[in-house]
Design a protein. Structure first.
Length: 755
């Protein structure tokens, strides 16, 4: 009896296994190219009902996949330098599929070749296409370093434009929060660098944009990165992680970073003169700072036409400064020894919550809605005491600030038609600051409210060799400081005309008109200085400033690896908000005022070298400035960088910047040595690991001298940055990217919590 039961059990088990095997579907692929070439590496993704069933890599032309059961599946095949192959199949039986994959044709001007596209020139900038070598990289910053108009540091993961400014990064035309780090270079379709922005971005004080366009494939993916950097000995560093995980319709991105600064020493030599009094002090300031940055972003894309994103961010910062000075005090030529102590504590805590929605219409135009709320608290406590013989002269500063800010942006982005492209939108921003001066009892409270409502429309068109972008807008500005209210209506304009002189030469003329509100600190009538001879306070009567930017650039591609850009720029600022000094009793009051026009002229050139293993850039410039009622002031600057890749696994980078002078309305600052002079080296032993080391500032001890010279007051201050000069550092990073090419693009606009 037991034998019969055992045999029956074995028969049932065999039938069960065989029935399960029978239900499986076997797909045999025969894969090749158009010219019957063997494709060495093909990736396959099998999906059912938005779930990834299988992910495999084929290394032969004949291979087989096993599907668990009958049903409808979506099968995708991809290979480097080949167009993706996709098919929706209703599988019932074993089958054989012949796949012929086509190479990606890339247009180079009027000839179709297999290689890198020639950059496309537009009225506002230029669009670049990564080479096949760059697309094979795992580090997006390393891949982007081949773009000749960008200065990319893959070690510090930073990008600047040729003029040294930090651009705004967009992904597929949207401002992003998760940054460039999660992107795999193979997913980058093109990169557009815009030197002139439309009226849409003028209210955000943005003048340069990098727009990264990604491929539209989206599978299950995972991204994780751990980074840590430290000076040796310890002074400045950070440690933190980024992660992103998601499916084709939902994803979560997070970031946690801790930044610190400790024992940062700056030496001061200060000379002050007022009436028959003089103070001369020498000492050091030691700083400590701790920052925590937290970020969480949810992205949801139910279908191809709708995209949702929710973001919450928190930033906590604490800074402590302690300084001790020794010197001499003279009163009517009578000398006394003098010491001074300065202790400062700054704390801030800010929260940001935001929501973003994008709807894409049938004609591929889109409507964006972005709303956000920012709540932040900040306080400063400062105590400064001067000891002259037996006398003690203490000065205190105690300021609190609570900010609430709400914004709503609605933008329509049209598609290109024969008649051109149209964009339009409206941006609303309301900011309310409560500022307490706690030195007085009871505390003095100042309310500062600012509102801005800005509507715009933009039009762009290309006529063969001529490219045009024109954008106009109207902005309503409303300011209230306590009981005083003011309102203004101002135009905003951005116009750019590009002309393709030849295949290798392009000229561009641009003009931008913008308006900028005074900051709450410039408006609030509270003192922010502990200097017993000098007070710094705001002015509630300030009006918005207006800027006019005119630029002419001429680009020449001398060789495939050599580019030259010449430029001439002129900026006019009307209703200029500038600092000024006035005498009041025994004090010198430094405040702000609208004082006519400020002009600055800038001219120079930039030379870019981009070969297989070397990227270099050099740009000298001359500047002339003129403040209302002052003399014409001149200065010069030079910045350059060099990156050398050795065997694709090691990079050596050198960066340097020189400037002889800079000016304000009441002061001049002279730089006795380079403003920056850094060298670093990065080693990539694997695709996941980066080990870097370097030295910050090789130009000796960085120093600068600032002088204020007026009939009623004189100050000369020399600063020596000892701690940051000739400072070694080391960095380690570990990165994991899985199926990154199917990630959901992050379209949540970027919000600067410091603005």
């Amino acid at each position: 009896m037991r034998r019969i039961i055992l045999i029956s059990y074995l028969i049932c088990l065999i039938l069960l296994v065989s029935s399960k095997a029978y239900c499986q579907i076997h797909i045999k692929f025969q894969i090749g190219g158009q010219e019957k070439e063997v494709i060495p590496r093909v990736e396959s993704v099998v999906m059912q009902n938005d779930s990834v069933i299988s992910f495999s890599t084929f290394n032969t032309s004949n291979t087989e996949l096993t599907i668990p059961a009958k049903g409808a599946y979506k099968i995708s095949l991809s290979a480097h330098n080949y167009q993706p192959w996709e098919s929706n199949l209703n599988l019932r039986n074993d089958t054989v599929i012949n796949v012929i994959m086509q190479k990606s044709p890339i247009a180079l001007q009027e000839v179709v070749v297999k290689g890198t596209k020639t950059p496309t020139v537009t009225a506002t900038g230029e669009t670049f296409y990564l080479s096949s070598k760059a697309r094979k990289e795992k580090d997006p910053f390393k891949a982007l370093s081949e773009i000749p108009v960008l200065n990319v540091n893959p070690i510090s993961q930073s990008i600047t434009t040729r003029d040294g400014s930090s651009p705004l990064i967009l992904i597929d035309g949207r401002l992003v929060n998760s940054g460039i780090n999660p992107i795999l270079p193979a997913d980058i379709e093109s990169v557009t660098v815009e030197d002139v922005v439309s009226a849409r971005y003028l209210d955000q004080d943005i003048n340069k944009i990098i727009n990264i366009h990604l491929r539209k494939e989206r599978p299950l993916y995972l991204y994780f990165e751990e980074r840590t950097r430290h000076d040796i000995p310890l002074r400045k560093g950070f440690v933190g992680s980024n992660f992103e995980i998601g499916r084709s319709h939902f994803a979560v991105y997070g970031s946690v970073f801790y930044n610190y600064l400790t024992k940062d020493r700056i030496d001061y030599e200060t000379l002050e003169k007022q009436n028959n009094q003089q103070k001369q002090l020498i000492g050091s300031n030691i700083s400590r700072k701790n920052d925590f940055d937290l970020k969480l972003l949810f992205k949801y894309e139910p279908n191809a036409r709708n995209y949702f994103a929710w973001n919450i961010s928190n930033r906590i910062s604490n800074m402590h400064k302690s300084a001790t000075y020794n010197g001499e005090y003279l009163n009517n030529n009578i000398s006394n020894k003098m010491t001074a102590d300065d202790h400062t504590k700054d704390k801030s805590n800010g929260w940001l919550g935001s929501f973003f929605y994008e709807h894409t219409f049938k004609d591929k135009s889109s409507l964006d809605v972005y709303s956000y709320f920012n709540h932040a608290k900040a306080n400063r406590r400062q105590q400064y005491a001067e000891h002259i013989t037996s006398d003690l002269i203490p000065t205190f500063l105690s300021l609190d600030n609570i900010r609430n800010q709400v914004g709503l942006d609605v933008d329509y982005n049209g598609v290109r038609h024969k008649y051109g492209q149209i964009e339009a939108g409206n941006h609303f921003l309301y900011t309310h600051d409560n500022l307490w001066d706690n030195v007085f009892s009871p505390s003095v409270l100042t309310h500062v409210s600012q509102s801005s409502n800005y509507s715009y429309i933009s039009y762009s068109k290309v006529w063969k060799k001529i490219m045009l972008m024109t954008s106009v807008g109207l902005q309503g500005l409303f300011v209230k400081v306590d009981s005083r209210s003011d309102s203004y209506w101002r135009p905003k304009t951005s116009v750019a005309i590009g002309f393709r002189v030849s295949k290798s030469q392009t000229a561009r003329l641009s003009y931008t008109l913008n308006n900028i509100l005074p900051s709450p600190q410039q408006l609030a009538p509270v003192s922010s200085s502990v200097n017993p001879w000098q007070k710094v306070e705001g002015n509630m009567n300030l009006r918005p400033i207006q800027t006019h930017d005119l630029a002419l650039t001429y680009d020449i591609k001398i060789l495939n690896w050599l580019r030259l850009q010449t430029f001439a720029k002129h900026k006019i600022t009307t209703n200029m908000i500038e600092s000024f000094l006035r005498k009041e009793n025994n004090y010198v009051i430094q405040s702000y005022r609208n004082n006519g026009c400020y002009n600055i002229w800038n001219t120079g050139f930039g030379l870019s070298i981009n070969s297989n293993s070397v990227q270099a850039y050099l740009s000298p410039a001359l500047n002339w400035e003129h403040y209302e009622g002052g003399n014409r002031l001149s200065s010069w600057g030079l910045n350059g960088n060099l990156t050398w890749w050795a065997l694709d696994q090691m990079a050596i980078q050198v960066e340097a910047e020189w400037k002889n002078k800079s000016y304000s309305a009441i002061s001049i600052t002279k730089y006795s040595n380079p403003m920056s002079a850094n060298i670093s080296m990065a080693w990539y032993p694997t695709d996941n690991i980066q080990i870097s080391a370097g030295i910050t500032y090789l130009g000796g001890i960085r120093e600068q001298i600032t002088t204020i010279d007026t009939p009623n007051y004189y100050q000369r201050q020399k600063m020596s940055f000892h701690s940051e000069s000739f400072r070694p550092w080391i960095l380690f990073a570990y990165t994991i990217r899985k199926h990154n090419k199917l990630r959901i693009e992050n379209k949540m606009p970027y919000f600067d919590m410091d603005r």
